[in-house]
Design a protein. Structure first.
Length: 138
């Protein structure tokens, strides 16, 4: 099985870039409301982000691991494209996990759905991007 490690690294970098856009300009305000952040918390969060290099490194390494495993999965299952494989993984594992974490808490229903849609939507977009890149860059 051949894995294109450059594709794995590119996908990992893209996960940080798309995450910054997804949880920033696209859904940042909604996400802050979903997690119950008020103006004081937002200010504290902005201050905290100045010292989050280690957190970004950990997130990058976790994404790298996830994409590396996905690359092996796609390479081993030749009967479907990278995108189809990624969609099945999202539908069978990621989306149900996020649904459980989003729905089984004391948040109001509207907040539960917003949390679920924002998080699972991000994962769906990322897995499609990963599947496309890994499938094309074999």
């Amino acid at each position: 099985m051949m894995i294109n490690y450059l594709a794995v690294i590119v996908c990992s970098v893209l996960s940080l870039v798309v995450g910054a856009i997804w949880y920033g300009p696209l859904f940042g305000k909604t996400w802050l409301a979903v997690i119950g952040a008020d103006a004081a918390l937002v200010e504290k969060r902005n201050e905290m982000q100045k010292s989050t290099r280690l957190l970004y490194l950990v997130q990058f390494l976790l994404s790298l691991f996830q994409i590396w495993i996905l690359a092996y999965y796609i390479a081993g299952w030749q009967t479907a494209s990278g995108v189809v494989n990624a969609l099945w993984i999202w539908a069978a594992f990621i989306m149900p996990t996020i649904a459980g974490a989003s729905m089984w808490n004391l948040d109001p229903t509207k907040v539960k759905w917003a949390r679920f849609l924002i998080q699972s939507g991000y994962q769906l977009v990322m897995l499609v991007i990963y599947g496309l890149i890994l499938g094309l860059w074999k």
